[in-house]
Design a protein around this ligand. Structure first.
Ligand SMILES: [Zn+2]
Length: 143
C-alpha cells in the first residue's frame, strides 16, 4: 500500500471544515512548517491526515505511549473510505497555555458499509511544546 499523502492544493478548502484554505489551516501542520497551537488544531490536522492518507502525520502526532504499530495503522487506513465532515462539539482546555486538553467531535465518513458516524472524546497532552493525541472514548452510531 502506498503511504504517500496526496495533500489538497493550498488554496482549496481545508478538509477539516474550518472554512479556511488548506494552506492557512492544516496544511502547514501536516508539512511540519508549524506546530498545532492548540489541542483542537491538532485534532483538526489529524482528521485531515485521515482524509488525505497522511500516515506520517498520524504517527508523529500520536503519543509514544499509545501510538499504534506503523503497519497496523497503515492497514487500518482504508482507501475506500471518504471522510465527509468533522464537527467539533467541545474543546475544553488544550489552549496555548495548557499541557492537557480534551476535544469532543463527530467525524462522518462513507465507506463500503455506508455512512459512518463516529463520536469521540479525545485526550491530548502537550510535551516539549508539541500537542500529541493520547486516546479517546469512542462511540459510533447514527445522528
Ligand atoms: Zn484544517
Amino acid at each position: 500500500m502506498s503511504t504517500a499523502p496526496t495533500p489538497p492544493p493550498r488554496t482549496a478548502r481545508c478538509p477539516c471544515g474550518s472554512g479556511d484554505t488548506f494552506g492557512d489551516c492544516c496544511g502547514p501542520v501536516l508539512s511540519q512548517e508549524r506546530r498545532a497551537g492548540t489541542a483542537q488544531a491538532l485534532m483538526r490536522s489529524r482528521y485531515t491526515a485521515f482524509a488525505t492518507g497522511d500516515l506520517e502525520h498520524l504517527l508523529r502526532s500520536w503519543h509514544p505511549r499509545t501510538r499504534p504499530d506503523r503497519a497496523d495503522l497503515a492497514a487500518s487506513l482504508d482507501e475506500n473510505v471518504r471522510w465527509l465532515r468533522l464537527e467539533i462539539h467541545e474543546a475544553s482546555t488544550g489552549g496555548p497555555f495548557d499541557d492537557a486538553g480534551t476535544v469532543e467531535f463527530t467525524a462522518i465518513s462513507r465507506g463500503p458499509q455506508g455512512r459512518q458516524v463516529q463520536r469521540e472524546r479525545s485526550r491530548f497532552l502537550r510535551e516539549a511544546g508539541a500537542w500529541l493525541y493520547v486516546d479517546g472514548e469512542v462511540g459510533t452510531g447514527a445522528i
